[in-house]
Structure formats: structure tokens, C-alpha cells
Design a protein around this ligand. Structure first.
Ligand SMILES: [Zn+2]
Length: 192
């Protein structure tokens, strides 16, 4: 370390997050002007915070989410767009630039299921993706999943069919519900 008076890591973190007072911020900026070493530490810290934040949010993964997760992102001021198609029916959906999460809620009686798979199919009912043995609350009455917001924002208008498939102890399968999402693209971009 060549810096005689290195900036505290906590101060750097708060500076990166924009949480310092104006006076503190000016002091930090003055130091950074003359100190490459602390400037590099700031960059490393920013990259680390970015990747941690991405991992924590996981808005870009298709996954089953809990109500607690949805409450937490709402408390963080993030916006989740949620669609609840009727069981056996369909719903028109889209995504806007302001949305951070895209949630589909599938209502069904889950009380008798030992294990549930979530199957995502194209408009012809051909399976494209299956999440096996998803977490669920037997008394919850629904399963919520997030579609990848990155995918949804770039996707063309298309139809997706979601199916909840239960397996009992003997391995027999039964359909708990089928739900159709008619996605309309509203964001400009390639393919429109
Ligand atoms: Zn320094």
C-alpha cells in the first residue's frame, strides 16, 4: 500500500451507493483525484456489489418464488408485474420497461400432491422446460414463478402454456391445472 491514509472500506461502499453526505462525498472525491490505489479499490468494490446485487435479485432466472420473496422485493421498492390466469383459462400479458420482475401465479388445489412439476410449453403444448419437484405450500392454493425479465423484455409476442403436474407416492401423474399466457410485446427492439 502506497496510500498513507487509505479510505475506509465502509466509506467507499457508502460512496459507491451514493449514501454519503455532500461534505463526505467531496472529501472522498478529493482523495480519489490524487490516489489511484483507492480508486482501484472503489472499482473492485463496485464490481463486487454489482454481482452480489444481481445474484440476490435473480430477476433473470426462471424460478419458483415464495410469497416472502415477493414481499421482500416489494419492500425494496422493486416492481413485480403479476398475472393470475384462471385455471384452465388464459390471460393477456405484457412487460414494461419499469418492471423488475414478471410473475405468473397458478392457482390450484395442492393439498393432495406429494411432488409437483411445473411444465412450460409452447402454444402447441409441446414442453420446452420443466422444473421438477418445485417447492410448494400444500395449503397455499397457488404456485408463483418468475419468468426471466431479461427474456420477457426481449421476447416477441407469443403464447406459453404452463402446467402444474402432481405426482403421488406411487409415481402416478395428474394434471393440477393448465394456464395459458398470451404475451404481447410492448417494448420496442429487434424482431418487432
Ligand atoms: Zn488513497
Amino acid at each position: 500500500m502506497n496510500c498513507a491514509n487509505p479510505l475506509d472500506a465502509g466509506i467507499l461502499g457508502d460512496y459507491w451507493a451514493g449514501a454519503l453526505s455532500q461534505t463526505e462525498e467531496e472529501t472522498v472525491e478529493e482523495h480519489l483525484l490524487g490516489c489511484d490505489e483507492c480508486g482501484e479499490r472503489l472499482l473492485e468494490l463496485g464490481a463486487l456489489a454489482d454481482s452480489v446485487r444481481k445474484l440476490a435479485r435473480q430477476g433473470s432466472l426462471l424460478m419458483v418464488v415464495s410469497d416472502r420473496f415477493l414481499q421482500r422485493i416489494a419492500a425494496e421498492g422493486l416492481h413485480a408485474r403479476e398475472y393470475t390466469p384462471p385455471r384452465g383459462g388464459n390471460i393477456a400479458c405484457t412487460v414494461t420497461a419499469d418492471d423488475d420482475f414478471l410473475i405468473g401465479r397458478l392457482t390450484a388445489d395442492l393439498s393432495g400432491a406429494k411432488q409437483i412439476d411445473l411444465s412450460l410449453c409452447d402454444e402447441r403444448g409441446i414442453e420446452r422446460l420443466r422444473l421438477t419437484d418445485i417447492p410448494f405450500n400444500p395449503r397455499g392454493g397457488s404456485v408463483a414463478f418468475q419468468q426471466s425479465i431479461t427474456y420477457a423484455k426481449a421476447a416477441p409476442s407469443e403464447t406459453m402454456i404452463a402446467r402444474l403436474i402432481a405426482r403421488d407416492d406411487g409415481g402416478a401423474r395428474s394434471m393440477l391445472g393448465e394456464y395459458t399466457f398470451h404475451h404481447t410485446r410492448t417494448l420496442p427492439g429487434p424482431g418487432t
